[in-house]
Design a protein around this ligand. Structure first.
Ligand SMILES: [Zn+2]
Length: 581
């Protein structure tokens, strides 16, 4: 490709609402343009990156025996109704001329289950793993970060069907390898963390997280053993409780007018939130329960639900709180609370002389103490894990990072096959529901995640595997015959060597060409400049800005070698990522 023919409208001014580095750089470099909230054009450079990501996805999925198909983007309402997801508020819905309801597909569990229940009869046809790469729609309340969270996006979604759970484990492990290799080959060093299965349902699930300050999720990672989990899911290790050595002070009810939030109470009483215990009133399967955590902690509802062995927990409404505590919301406390089970986070067991709500509007107790002032029915891990908490797998400590989710793999089980009556005949002659897994990766999100991790002040530093061009040959002065000849020769030799190369022969100042090559993020840049008259060119690496002079005769072989080494570096990372299972 010649730069004079290439459509890459660069921007000098980037819209102020583009806050993430990747969003700014993708706009500046002419990779994407905004059409509407969360909806983007992929311009030629951006679409080249997408296609290279997709190629890697296909290679790795095919290598694990998955087969590509393409399901419709338009999904009839009946299928989502069968799966029980038609009422999700993120679905784009529309009607045809006959008033039939449809949705733009957002994930395709129901559609694929429908395919398999129609056409797979016997255990002999299993295992089966089918995937697609497709444009999807999700009516996100808050699209953000350019293509990070779009309302239209390109996704890999894969679905496995097995006879039993052991086979599902094997299918899942294969997808673990495929996904680990896909992200590593795209230059993303993804952390794999345990995740909550959330609305999709199912058993185990793991998220692939690109670690970046721009990520919107908190992940906790153990520096000693590598255990990682999403903050919503993360367990906290059990350690012996260190009892406070403070002398117990007298319990006192004090006026705290209008102080209901932790911030208001701590600033009014001039105490650290670590000296507060907050009391949240929940309904667990309809029963009132008080949950206690330290003032600076948050209750983790799935953990609370598990600790209570309840099917559901939800915060109580203000009327229930008034009935139970005799006070407005914000003043609940464990002292004198009658007929309510009290569950406390384990950390509370070590505390002394703390502040709790007074069960009276505008009042709190200070110097409350366990046993003396109230009884706790159960101590359990019920809080959201945070930095410094104990690792649940080893003696280590958890550190907190920001992560951007780029992939998510699930053991679904029979969630959809049961709901949709998808069964096969097993070798014992019995009909059984398919055991399913589903595996998703954000292809268009990777177009943002990669530059979010790989950039500098001059632009994007693409890993060679997904760079719009592997090499840019910069012809500095197109009026100079030696420079022209050198550039043309290299361009042709590199093309013949199978290199994806751009020749920048535009009638532009050298500074513009250097800037554009950096902004575009081409990993290897070759400059045909003044040295061309001596039979030499300069080879530059985008990653470390290193430069070396090399003779024109040796240049092509040298560049091919450099390119090979860059690919090998990514392959090495892919192999070690796949081993971390
Ligand atoms: Zn650990």
């Amino acid at each position: 490709m010649r730069a004079s023919n290439l459509f890459f409208p660069t921007l000098r001014e980037v819209p102020a609402d583009a806050q993430m580095a990747s969003h700014r750089l993708l706009l500046r470099g002419g990779f994407i343009r905004n059409v509407a909230a969360g909806i983007y054009d992929y311009l030629p450079l951006g679409y080249k990156v997408i296609k290279k990501i997709e190629r890697i996805v296909r290679q790795e999925m095919d290598a694990q025996g998955a087969q590509e198909l393409l399901m419709p983007a338009m999904v009839p309402a009946e299928l989502y109704q069968e799966g029980g997801r038609w009422d999700l508020d993120v679905i784009f819905k529309f009607r045809d001329r006959n008033a039939r309801d449809y949705a733009i597909g957002f994930t395709h569990e129901e559609v694929i289950t429908d395919i398999v229940r129609r056409d797979v009869r016997s255990y002999r046809e299993l295992p089966l793993n089918l995937y697609q790469i497709q444009t999807k729609g999700r009516d996100e309340p808050r699209p953000r970060g350019g293509v990070v969270r779009g309302r239209e996006f390109i996704m890999l979604d894969s679905y496995s069907f097995d006879r039993n759970w052991d086979d599902l484990d094997r299918a899942y492990d294969k997808m673990y390898v495929a996904f680990s290799r896909i992200f590593a080959r795209c230059g993303l060093d993804a952390a794999v963390v345990e995740a909550d299965s959330g609305a999709i349902g199912g058993k185990d699930s793991q998220e692939y997280m690109a670690i970046t300050d721009a990520g919107e999720d908190t992940v906790l990672i153990c520096e000693s053993c590598g255990y990682g989990a999403n903050a919503e899911k993360c367990e906290i290790g059990i350690r012996p409780i260190k009892k406070s050595s403070e002398e117990l002070a007298a319990l006192e009810l004090v006026d705290t007018p209008n102080a209901r939030t932790i911030e208001q109470v701590t600033s009014f009483l001039k105490k650290s939130p670590k000296k507060l215990v907050k009391t949240l009133i929940y309904l667990a399967d309809g029963e009132v329960v008080a949950a206690l955590v330290r003032g600076d902690r948050e209750v983790n509802e799935p953990k609370l639900r598990n600790a209570l062995g309840a099917k559901s927990v939800e915060l109580a409404d203000s009327e229930t709180i008034m009935n139970v505590t005799g006070a407005d919301v914000g003043f609940a406390g464990p002292v004198g609370l009658k007929g309510v089970k009290i569950v406390a986070d384990r950390e509370v067991e070590g505390m002394a002389n703390f502040v709790v709500g007074g069960n009276k509007t505008d009042a709190h107790y200070v110097n409350a103490n366990l046993c003396r002032d109230f009884e706790v029915g159960q101590f359990a891990d019920i809080r959201v894990a945070s930095k410094g908490d104990a690792c649940p797998r080893c003696d280590g400590t958890l550190k907190a990072e920001r992560g951007m989710e780029i992939g998510h793999i699930f053991k679904l089980g029979t969630r959809y096959s049961d709901a949709m009556g998808a069964k096969f005949l097993d070798d014992d002659g019995k009909e059984k529901p398919f055991i399913m897994g589903c595996y998703g990766a954000g292809v268009s999100r990777m177009l943002a995640a990669i530059p979010e991790v790989h950039n500098d002040k001059d632009g994007i530093i693409w890993p060679i595997s997904v760079a719009p061009f592997e090499v840019t040959v910069i012809l500095l002065n197109s009026d100079d015959e030696a420079q022209c000849n050198a550039a043309t020769r290299l361009y042709e030799e590199l093309q013949a060597g199978g290199v994806d190369v751009l020749l920048d022969e535009r009638d532009e100042r050298p500074g513009v060409k250097f800037k554009d090559a950096d902004l575009m993020g081409t990993p290897i840049q070759v400059v045909a400049g003044r040295l061309a008259s001596e039979g030499k060119v300069e080879v530059r690496l985008r990653s470390d800005k290193s430069k070396e002079e090399i003779t024109l005769d040796e240049a092509t072989a040298h560049i091919l070698q450099l390119r090979k080494a860059l690919y090998q570096g990514l392959e090495d990372k892919a192999q070690s990522a796949a081993k971390r299972a």
